[in-house]
Write a protein that binds this ligand. Sequence first.
Ligand SMILES: Nc1nc2c(ncn2[C@@H]2O[C@H](COP(=O)(O)OP(=O)(O)OP(=O)(O)O)[C@@H](O)[C@H]2O)c(=O)[nH]1
Ligand SMILES: [Mg+2]
Length: 203
Amino acid sequence: MPGVRETINSSFTACRTGLRKCWQWIQCHKPIVFILQDQYNVLCLGLSGAGKTTLLSHLVDEPLSNCEPTSGFNIKTLPIKNTVISIKELGGSFQVQRFWDHYFGSKHGILFVVDSSDTDEELNTAKEALRVVLSDQRLTGKPCLILGTHSDLDGARSSEEIERYFQPLMNGRKWCVSCCSAYDRSQIVSALETLIDLMVMNI
Ligand SMILES: Nc1nc2c(ncn2[C@@H]2O[C@H](COP(=O)(O)OP(=O)(O)OP(=O)(O)O)[C@@H](O)[C@H]2O)c(=O)[nH]1
Ligand SMILES: [Mg+2]
């Protein structure tokens, strides 16, 4: 007859084996769950240093130890609000900007990142870059989220100020603005949820 200790041990082992099998099942079937959900492809643009890579890394819980400028592209895919969102960041340097228009096809929305602590001159440069992007036919009518980063710094602009800056580019397009730190995952998720609502409405 097994003693109380043996019975507890064998129940514990059975429970652990069951949990491990459950976890293996979730790991195996995760891709199927992803396929069954709607996927939205978002293009993430903005000047170099705006905070695109930083915010995307925090979004998928991969904090960066040292963040190099993106020389090509960087894709992060994650589930948000019963959908799967695939965000493609293109580097913002002037050399890489020349190739942005190679990636405009098959996108459901645009995430444009600006450093909200930038000077007027830099914000105007960002605005001009976005004007060129939004004038491309492949992006006509695609919803746009303007995400102002660096709001943890003194002198950063408010969402209302950023909104006033970019409003003239929108011409009836569905769009929204949010300002936060690129390290603030919950604010970034909440801004992306608003973009998802706009993309869902647009289909
Ligand atoms: N304080 C603060 N620093 C930030 C924020 N976002 C980004 N940074 C810093 O700004 C620097 C540039 O950030 P990146 O994420 O590389 O910028 P990027 O937009 O990806 O730049 P490119 O890849 O060159 O286009 C990094 O040193 C970040 O740590 C923010 O919200 N607050
Ligand atoms: Mg980058």
